[in-house]
Design a protein around this ligand. Structure first.
Ligand code: PLP
Ligand code: TYF
Length: 401
């Protein structure tokens, strides 16, 4: 039956992990996938997460199904984390929210909801470049994927003129996907002033803003600061969609904890939207898993644990920032590597878009056992004080070839 099924290509990001695993060299470094590693290069289970599990395990929770939209206490707390206590739609009970299979599942529910119910357009504009999975995800949701300019190769910065021109030229009513903070893969975010301009353009062109917030807290170390763009848009009167992930900021990767929300005009409108979210989710997977949502819910709902968690998020963000400093100093001052490396320090979040070319990344994998995606993106969290010197020397050597 399957004789006509063609072999597909490996995932560009997860394929890097496969190559890394097959490499037997003890010096090997995996800077491909965006997953946090501690100072010893090991996956990190947050102590607040361990404590939350102990707390709710003590009450011997059952294994019943959650409702279609997940654990209600958790989603209410997730909404508060994203929108903030001052949010008007939050206080009017006009935010429709559902638990999701992490950020990817949130984006997919959003894509499906917009494809079915958004009346104004099927076109969604994604930044160029964007997280690779956005493109097939929104195509498979039934939307028509288009791009807006985002990255300027010559300055290794934001192409703000291109971004403005492309959003101004977008057809009225089109959907625009915005990375709320810590843009993946470039690590370049708009400034608060630039966000205000983007908000004005979105209003002028009557675009629909869909925020992907996969890194709240991870960019700056503050969950409030990283929610700036979402909260600004809501304050400016936009109705928004938000996809939240707790993979990075709580280190809950494999637990698949997330939320998808839409702000609506009233609690009555919210109730109708809620009913349609359930109709989309029920035939996809019925209801989400409970364990991870209980962890996040316990942390968000317990003052002491919440404070501990925000400290741990800041600890992860700060370690990444210190690796940016270290790598910059090694390349610029110690090794005098050709090129300008200021972007390594100025970029935000999990990744640095190094400017290394595809052939250079190939040389780094083959000669130095250093793995990254072929677009030159490195996961900063894969660096630590043990391997950062070797990494910088390897980059230096690859550039001198
Ligand atoms: N969106 C962006 C921009 C991401 O970088 C990621 C993960 O790397 C996700 C969404 C979704 O991740 P998850 O489904 O693990 O929450
Ligand atoms: O490194 C990245 O950009 C992500 C990581 O289910 C990732 O692609 C890996 C698995 C997954 C979601 C995100």
């Amino acid at each position: 039956v399957w004789s006509a099924v063609p072999a597909g290509p490996p995932d560009p990001i997860l394929g890097v992990t496969e190559a890394f695993k097959a490499d037997k060299d003890p010096r090997k470094i995996n800077l491909g996938v965006g997953a946090y590693r501690d100072e010893n290069g090991k996956p990190y289970v947050l102590p607040s997460v361990q404590k939350a599990e102990e707390l709710f395990n003590a009450s011997k929770p059952d294994k019943e199904y959650l409702p279609i939209t997940g654990l209600g206490e958790f989603t209410q707390r997730a909404a508060l984390l994203a929108y903030g206590a001052e949010s008007v739609p939050l206080n009017q009970k006009a935010i429709s929210i559902t638990q999701s299979i992490s950020g990817t599942g949130a984006l997919r529910i959003g894509g499906a909801f917009l494809a079915r119910h958004y009346p104004n357009s099927k076109a969604i504009y994604l930044p160029t470049p964007t997280w690779g999975n956005h493109i097939p995800l929104f195509q498979d949701s039934g939307l028509e994927v288009r791009g807006y300019r985002y990255f300027d190769k010559s300055t290794v910065g934001l192409d703000f003129e291109g971004l403005k021109a492309d959003l101004l030229a977008a057809p009225e009513g089109a959907i625009v996907l915005l990375h709320a903070c810590a843009h993946n893969p470039t690590g370049i975010d708009p400034t608060p002033e630039q966000w205000a301009t983007i908000s004005d353009i979105v209003k002028e062109r009557k675009l629909f803003p869909f925020f992907d917030m996969a890194y709240q807290g991870f960019a700056s170390g503050s969950t409030d600061r990283d929610a700036h763009a979402v909260r600004l848009f809501v304050k400016e009167g936009h109705q928004v969609a938000v996809a939240q992930s707790f993979a990075k900021n709580m280190g809950l990767y494999g637990e698949r904890v997330g939320a998808f929300s839409l702000t609506t005009a009233s609690s009555e409108e919210k109730a109708r939207v809620d009913s349609q979210l359930k109709i989309i989710i029920r035939p996809m997977y019925s209801n989400p898993p409970s364990h991870g949502a209980r962890i996040a819910n316990t942390i968000l709902g317990n003052e002491a644990l919440y404070t501990q968690w925000t400290g741990e998020v800041k600890g992860m963000a700060d370690r990444i920032i210190s690796m940016r400093e270290k790598l910059y100093n090694l390349l610029t001052h110690d090794l005098k590597t050709p090129g300008e490396w200021g972007h390594i320090k100025s970029q935000i979040g999990m990744f640095s878009f190094t400017g290394l070319t595809a052939p250079q990344t190939k040389v780094l994998a083959e000669k130095a056992h250093v793995y990254m995606t072929s677009n030159g993106r490195i996961s900063m969290a894969g660096l630590n004080s043990t391997n950062v010197n070797y990494f910088a020397e390897s980059v230096n050597a690859a550039l001198l070839i």
